[in-house]
Design a protein around this ligand. Structure first.
Ligand SMILES: [Zn+2]
Length: 121
């Protein structure tokens, strides 16, 4: 079974045929074009891959390969329905947002590891 078949459910969730989605994922080597996440490295990773409309479909983005990129689900969710001038601007936004989320997570992770009496000090 090809990875394209394994990804069928993910691709069908979008208004692309599984064949159209598979073509985009193959073109982009199953790698998230926003963060570099490798959708080929494991079955679990393959389940995280989606196809993103750079210009959102909800805002009349075209179902054209030039408007479609492979994206991991977190990056796709972070980008949401926002409009960007082009892919590079969308990528910069997603990377900044991921960095902010990482910093917030690291603060929480430090707190979670601290002895109970120091929490909230
Ligand atoms: Zn990603």
């Amino acid at each position: 079974m090809s990875i394209g078949k394994l990804l069928g459910l993910t691709v069908l969730a979008k208004p692309l045929t599984s064949e159209e989605g598979r073509r985009i994922l193959e073109r982009d080597h199953y790698r998230c074009q926003y963060c570099g996440f490798d959708g080929m490295s494991s079955f679990e990773n393959s389940l995280c891959m989606t196809v993103d409309f750079v210009h959102p479909r909800a805002k009349r983005g075209r179902k054209d390969p030039s408007n479609l990129v492979a994206a991991c689900r977190p990056c796709n969710v972070i980008k949401g329905y926002r409009l960007f001038r082009d892919f590079q601007h969308a990528k910069a936004f997603v990377q900044q947002r991921r960095q902010a989320l990482r910093q917030a997570w690291e603060v929480d992770a430090v707190k979670a590891q601290a002895p109970a009496e120091t929490v909230g000090v």
